[in-house]
Design a protein. Structure first.
Length: 261
């Protein structure tokens, strides 16, 4: 899954215009992306929310442009009206980092639309989510909270064969939490739903690769580490990885598949 951020304030690449975002998405397809995840609201730690009308303004032209070019598009949004408009514009999946908690209309909407839906583990909005990074057993608690989101989605009418889960690396989690979740990915795969993992260029990789003086590795220099995570994810049976730089991860998947064969 290639990331197409139509935002001025993402922690990594964000494209300020629809034309630039579409061009970038087409490049990701050329590099091996299977689908493109288009989002108009930054969810980096500390980010505030954007108005719904602004999110729509950012997202819809990009969804339309990429769909017209033949791409399979997912919309990355926590808002039901944005999800509905994007699906009307041709998006074929909804990727909701709040797992339906940010907008109570989301789960009934995706049930009615019948599109695949990604429910991520989430404990609150980005502006203060890291204050909620407290766990006794992060793997067990994430499993339980994802199971609760699955139950809520099914109760709302979402078909289990249309439901995917995401452990939410970096969302209300510190580096140790992220590493624990990656180490025990098979336990999350065992929940029985396809699993999406998004580790791409995140802060815990920058911390791991820090310079001797303690400075984090710059965001744009974390793609090799991201590809290493992709190998682990592929070996664990993860459904997809969400990445900014597609080529190295696509190669990593091919290597993991060859070893498995």
């Amino acid at each position: 899954m290639g990331v197409v951020n139509v935002t001025p304030d993402s922690f990594s690449d964000g494209w300020p215009s629809a034309a630039q975002a579409i061009r970038h998405g087409l490049q990701l397809l050329e590099h091996g992306a299977d689908l493109l995840d288009v989002g108009g609201e930054s969810t980096r730690p500390g980010a505030g929310r954007v108005a719904e009308v602004e999110e729509l303004r950012r997202v819809l032209p990009v969804v339309q442009g990429l769909v017209a070019a033949g791409a399979v598009v997912s919309v990355d949004t926590m808002r039901a009206p944005v999800a509905e408009a994007a699906v009307d514009a041709g998006a074929r999946m909804v990727n909701d980092v709040s797992g339906g908690l940010a907008d109570p209309a989301m789960l009934p909407l995706v049930a009615r639309l019948g599109v695949p839906y990604v429910a991520m583990h989430w404990r609150g909005h980005s502006v203060d989510m890291q204050s909620r990074a407290h766990y006794d057993d992060v793997v067990q608690e994430v499993r339980e909270e994802l199971s609760a989101r699955r139950e809520a989605a099914v109760h709302a009418g979402v078909r289990t064969d249309r439901l995917l889960l995401d452990p939410g690396l970096g969302f209300a989690k510190d580096a140790a939490h992220n590493w624990a979740l990656l180490r025990q990915l098979p336990e999350l795969v065992d929940l029985g739903q396809p699993l999406l993992v998004g580790a791409s260029r995140k802060g815990f990789l920058g911390e791991l690769l820090a310079a001797p003086g303690g400075e984090r590795r710059p965001v744009g220099e974390r793609d090799a580490a991201t590809a290493a995570v992709t190998v682990l994810a592929a070996q664990a049976g993860v459904w997809a990885v969400r990445v900014h730089e597609v080529g190295p991860s696509a190669d990593a998947v091919r290597v993991a598949a060859a070893v498995a064969r």
